[in-house]
Design a protein around this ligand. Sequence first.
Ligand code: OAD
Ligand code: ZN
Length: 255
Amino acid sequence: MIERDRIEEAGWIIANAKYGVVFTGAGISAESGIPTFRGEDGLWKKYDPEEVASIWGFRRNPRAFWEFSFELRNKLFAEPNPAHYAIAELERMGIVKAVITQNVDTLHQRAGSRRVLELHGSMTKLDCLDCRKEYDWSDFVENFERREVPRCKACGSWYVKPRVVLFGEPLPMDVLEQAVEEARSADVFIVVGSSLVVYPAAELPYIAKSCGAKMILVNAEPTVADHIFDVRIYGRAGEILPRIVEVVKSLKQNS
Ligand code: OAD
Ligand code: ZN
């Protein structure tokens, strides 16, 4: 099947759906300038996730985590791309009921998505691991501009950690439970920009599939779970999703 046919088919499935759920990973933000973790220019080629993105690494050496985060600081200044906007539009059309994301960049919300379940947390809030004081990102903007490790303003601890899930930490249980519920309710489940190798997040497409959802994949390359998808489209999310939304709109107009 040529790509145009697959986009038509995905559009047709989505236009006929009553409960769409979208599941996203780093690939959806790639066109916003945020590097992905795996793949050719993936961050894990350059950094050791054990050192910079695990809770024990953070405890051992918060500076290594922060150096990594400073490198990613465009995460916080990045803008949503057409893929994020396309998903928000499907929600406004009443088709998409929830977006489940592994990303911590808040770009879905900034593109207008309202129901966003952040499985791996987000960079916007921070907590002191010693005295539990909560902070907003804006409390430390000056530190970040100077690439200084933030220090708790209440107790002086160096362990001020963004509310993101590091390796070795559990996912927020309430968010995970809601995500499972959404996956079970979905009649179409759309995966965008994820390698589907990190668990428990990667279990959600299997849950949706086993509960009867039609499965659509939009990803730059094949994943380990390709066999569970009814429609697979390989390419850039920012180009493909707006085209799918166009198909959905024209089908809705003609029905
Ligand atoms: P990955 O980096 O593992 O996978 C991103 C996927 O997006 C790859 O399969 C790419 O081919 C694809 N991709 C790249 N550019 C794309 C584009 N423009 N359009 C569509 N697809 C594109 O990212 P995740 O699956 O999100 O966890 O990784 C899952 C988790 O692993 C992350 O949340 C993070 C990481 O370690 C934690 O830090 C806990
Ligand atoms: Zn403190």
